[in-house]
Design a protein around this ligand. Structure first.
Ligand code: IYR
Length: 230
């Protein structure tokens, strides 16, 4: 007998989950292939000004928004910016904060740790990349009369959605960078965000400048990042 298409839990409908189970052999092959593909992802700081269709950005955001979230509150807003004047304003404000950070806020130890990456206060990618996706977290929701409604595990939820966005960008054959100008409150101001939203992460999205070089760095091997308890 085939299972019922839906049941009731606490008076709420639960629908049948569409399983996608693979054989063990297929599991091994598929997980290996995805790893091989994903390990090619790199953070890219130099972009081509080649346009990327809006439809692609819409699909990437829909993909990120499939992320799990605390009590399914989906406490995020993805602001996609291609407007050149706005990108120029974002770059100017970000570089002003970065200048302050590099010149006085960051410790010598921190700057030493960044040396292999070759970063500095200049952020031309904020104007060159065809799109900037600014991810906002909703610290709470706003009810119809402006009242505060709880969200849960907001940082975890938005962090997971950003991980999925980065994965989707790589899967589309595009590149990005997790950029966190600090402090980031200028983004809420420039993008006119409501009082319940805080900037979480800024991701330029586009094609890499060609050719592009990336730091020759290694990822930790499995035995340094995993412990098995069998
Ligand atoms: N936000 C600065 C500094 C910076 C900090 C870390 I931690 C990095 O991994 C990279 C950069 C900047 O964007 O340059």
């Amino acid at each position: 007998m085939s299972p019922k298409p839906h049941i009731s839990v606490n008076g709420h409908t639960h629908v049948l989950y569409q399983e996608n189970a693979l054989s063990q052999e297929e599991l091994i092959k598929q997980s290996q292939a995805f790893y091989t593909y994903l390990k090619q992802r790199r953070s890219i700081r130099e972009y081509a000004d080649t346009p990327v269709p809006k439809e692609v950005i819409e699909t990437l955001i829909k993909t990120a928004a499939t992320a799990p979230s605390g009590a399914h509150k989906q406490p995020w807003t993805f602001c996609a910016v291609s407007n050149p004047e706005l990108k120029t304003k974002i770059r100017a404000a970000a570089e002003a904060e970065e200048k302050e950070s590099y010149e006085s806020r960051m410790s010598e130890r921190w700057k030493k740790d960044l040396e292999p990456l070759g970063t500095d206060m200049h952020k031309p990618f904020l104007e060159v990349a065809p799109w900037l996706i600014v991810v906002f977290k909703k610290v709470h929701d706003l009810g119809a009369n402006g009242e505060k409604l709880n969200n849960y595990y907001v940082n975890e939820s938005v962090g997971i959605a950003c991980g999925m966005l980065i994965t989707a960008i790589h899967n589309a054959g595009l590149v990005t960078l997790t950029h966190t100008p600090s402090p980031m409150n200028f983004l809420a101001r420039l993008l006119n965000r409501p009082s319940n939203e805080r900037a979480f992460l800024l991701l330029p999205v586009g094609y890499p400048k060609s050719p592009t070089y990336v730091p020759d760095i290694e990822r930790k091997p499995l035995d340094e990042v995993a412990e098995f308890y069998e």
